[in-house]
Design a protein around this ligand. Sequence first.
Ligand code: NAI
Ligand code: AKG
Length: 447
Amino acid sequence: MAHQSNFDEIYSFLKEKFEGESEYLQAVHEVLEDIVPISNAHDDYKAFDIVRRICLPERVIYFTVSWMNSKGEIEVNQGWRVQHNSAMGPYKGGLRFHPTVNLSVLKFLAFEQCFKNALTGLPMGGGKGGSDFNPKGRTDRDIMLFCQSFMRELQRHIGANTDVPAGDINVGAREIGYLYGEYRRLNNRFEGVLTGKGLEFGGSYVRTEATGFGLIYFLEAVCKHQDTYIDGKTIAVSGAGNVALHAALKATEKGGKVVTLSNSRGLLHNEKGLNHTAIKWAIENHASRNNILKDMAENDMGDWIDNKKPWHIACDVALPCATQNELTEDDARALLDNGCSMVLEGANMPCTNKAQALFIEEKITYVPGKASNAGGVALSGLEMGQNAMFNQREADVLDEQLYSIMTSIHERCVSEGKTEGDFINYMKGANIAAFRRLADAMVAQGV
Ligand SMILES: NC(=O)C1=CN([C@@H]2O[C@H](COP(=O)(O)OP(=O)(O)OC[C@H]3O[C@@H](n4cnc5c(N)ncnc54)[C@H](O)[C@@H]3O)[C@@H](O)[C@H]2O)C=CC1
Ligand SMILES: O=C(O)CCC(=O)C(=O)O
């Protein structure tokens, strides 16, 4: 029986079932608005009740990580893996270690990941996982001990053809190495079960850089579409981690003037624009420093401002690359008042619903993370391909592939996001383009 989707009915059902999961409900709300009309215009999508099914995770795994730290003390953390949808391939998506991690955050990330992965055009389903473990201020040995204990639980739920985790906030090359080592020891298998691995043990060139570089390739595609260039544009970046720093590096290479970086404690501001050498230095050293931005300010690379976000600094382009809901309605207003005309998300859901709505209402370019930060997972997909073939491809070939994937995602968003006049609604375009791919895969495979 065909099932006509009704936004209010589905959203009320989810709200009632998952009360308090605010991030998950926020992410679903944004997508539902765009996909309900598409589903209702398509008999197969209605017949298979795709919209309701696409919002719900196929499986949620919870485990307790009890571990002994290097002082011999027992610590207890919570761990999760949300396996949202596998219609397009193995569950794929990162692991986050942060005290703010909870089920709602991981469910929103897993939901978004399915749409993002669909946009890449590669055969990947979507998932996300992590722990409330806080690695800040921990010794290297404690990080290793925690990663090993976390993997002892996770390993029974993942596999190269089942579920392939990667890094996310606070999970970088070091953590992936420890996690991979434990998986290999326990399973006696050398396989592509994680991506973001070291180059010596199955990792791919360009994976580390891919999210930030991909974001700038998407920006380049937007500029081309609008007959303009990155060269000469003033760019405000938030965050100072993997995504932010690689985006800043590529933006400066393209002639952009990157005037900010930030973290949860404040802002580094350089009116003249950070230079390439300073950003490279930050990339090499950020993992080992307590506050790399303060160190940069002390070395005359800019001014440090306590407890400020970048969004009150005048810029042409804003790239939020830190965390969810970091850019509020007030921040959006400040950006608009200062003449910002492009906002591309490097982080996952960094703009609140109200900030997004304001950008779209004012018809400035706003690109959601599921499109503009898809470069990281796309390169992970290419890493999985290399692992399956037991080979390693050259950096320049992979960089070209990344460029071409980001350009294709841009084209998909434009073709589905055209509105009256010249305005492209990238949010709508990304949601609909991803939904069609995912829904077609689900219909083809039956219930
Ligand atoms: N690493 C990857 O390949 C991908 C990451 N992302 C997303 O990009 C964002 C950043 O991730 P990564 O750079 O990998 O993590 P990271 O751990 O390397 O860096 C995170 C940065 O954000 C800052 N930060 C955290 N909370 C903050 C707050 N409340 N206010 C200001 N700054 C804050 C941290 O100080 C740090 O500089 C996250 O939303 C992540 O989900 C998205 C796609 C792929
Ligand atoms: O590389 C991956 O598998 C996941 C990257 C990620 O976590 C993301 O796209 O948010």
